[in-house]
Design a protein around this ligand. Sequence first.
Ligand code: ZN
Length: 141
Amino acid sequence: MQIVTKIISVETVSPVEIIDITPEIRNTVCSSGLRDGTITVISRHTTAFININEKEDRLLEDMVTFIKRLVPRDGNYSHNISPIDGRDNAHSHLLGLFMNASESIPFSGGELLLGKWQSVFFIELDGPRPERTVLLQLTGI
Ligand code: ZN
């Protein structure tokens, strides 16, 4: 059993943004030297998350609209009075209550075992940010 760890960077350009990171995950599995195991994908932030869903342009637009409606940016939030992170981002943290920081995906023969319509997304809820990081850790043989 071996463990391989890698960090990838993601730049975001919008307040809410859904970015497909499946290619980076596939490349990491491919170049790891491991054939069978599990890769854990974790966002290292409290206002950006990981989600597995369908990549279809209009659906991605629907998702962004839904996220913005679900928790309005301009609420009466205590966190925004003097936020320790210097950002008025209570709405982003609250949205995070309904999302996952990480996903674990099995791989076999060097291939991710995702379903046909599944992609792995990085969900930015408090952008834009010049550098977000996602940690990838593979455990396998
Ligand atoms: Zn905050």
